[in-house]
Design a protein around this ligand. Structure first.
Ligand code: ZN
Ligand code: ZN
Length: 323
């Protein structure tokens, strides 16, 4: 592990551990603490007391933002993130064998049967991805998916810190393979219009939080402006691999080619779904002179390999048909 990175202990000890007594918060039918204190604002109280009480109540509601946004249990600890500790500790790193290149889960035993100590999925064996290695912290489902949605679609910014911690673990693993020189940390850019509507680029926020954990010692340098998204892209859902590539073509451009020439780059995104977005970024960065692209994401969509194989066949046919 690179110097400066304190590993998993810091994750568990970072305020997300369960209470030492192991006690579970029981969801009460009274609707929780906020409503209880509200009912105390009785009509008999003088105006000032009532005002003070409602002030205290709104302060309390600010510090204890009602219930966990994922499971609904009342929150018992002061936190800027409205997610309970049980939900947070349930977000575990991915288990089992994954493709050493793209991070896809490998379920077929013959994927491991080769002499190669680094197993590859069918897709990576046939097509050479433009990145050296892509790794993710967890599977894009359950609580982790909901936490990412809290950040992206409900603007719960404190979620970026937890997601950044997870990303730091991924980056620390990739850093073992980094070259000697400083590596540029590049968040996948959003189109300027989308940033304006959302208020932020989630990948940028997560990358900045991850950097605070020094996952590669001092060898990572944030470089958020080297690449830009020239246009907004359509949803990738339901498209074949070839159509997804077409959809992404020309979506990214390198704004500072002099900054990336000959450099290794750690590309960061919140989710690796099909890999089309990071692949397009990696292609554009390499064409502009970057030497090697690493990809770290918080989550990854995992497919069963059997299903994967079927999709690959369709994609291969689509690619062949379109040259
Ligand atoms: Zn919860
Ligand atoms: Zn793969």
């Amino acid at each position: 592990m690179p110097a400066g990175y304190t590993g998993k202990d810091s994750f568990a000890g970072g305020g997300y551990a369960l209470p030492s007594d192991g006690g579970r918060v029981v969801f009460s039918s009274s609707g929780g603490l906020t409503r209880d204190s509200g009912s105390k604002v009785a009509v008999r109280e003088p105006l000032f007391a009532s005002w003070a009480s409602s002030l205290a109540e709104s302060l309390f509601a600010t510090l204890f933002p009602s219930d966990c946004r994922l499971c609904g249990a009342p929150l018992v600890k002061i936190s800027r993130l409205p997610v309970c500790e049980e939900c947070l500790s349930a977000m575990r790193p991915m288990a089992g064998g994954v493709c050493s290149v793209c991070g896809e889960r490998l379920v077929s035993p013959h994927a491991f049967s080769g002499e190669d100590a680094e197993p590859k999925c069918g897709l990576c064996r046939r097509l050479d991805p433009p990145f050296a290695k892509a790794a993710a912290y967890g599977s894009y489902d359950g609580g982790l998916r909901e936490l990412i949605h809290l950040l992206k679609y409900e603007q719960v910014r404190p979620a970026a810190r937890v997601l950044g911690r997870m990303l730091a673990e991924v980056a620390a693993g990739l850093a073992l393979s980094f070259g000697e020189a400083e590596v540029l940390l590049v968040p996948v850019p959003l189109h300027v219009g989308k940033v304006r509507r959302r208020g932020f680029n989630q990948s940028d926020l997560i990358a900045r939080e991850a950097l605070k954990f020094k996952p590669a010692g001092d060898r990572l340098a944030l470089a958020p402006a080297v690449m830009e998204r020239c246009r907004e892209t359509q949803s990738q859902i339901g498209l074949t691999r070839h159509q997804r590539r077409e959809n992404m073509r020309g979506a990214f451009a390198v704004a500072q080619p002099e900054a990336i020439a000959g450099r290794e780059i750690l590309l960061v995104d919140d989710v690796f779904t099909t890999g089309t977005t990071v692949s397009e970024c990696a292609r554009v960065l390499r064409r502009a002179g970057a030497s090697k692209i690493w990809v770290a994401t918080v989550a990854r969509t995992l497919k069963a390999e059997a299903q994967h194989a079927v999709l690959e066949t369709d994609d291969a046919l689509a690619m062949a048909a379109h040259g």
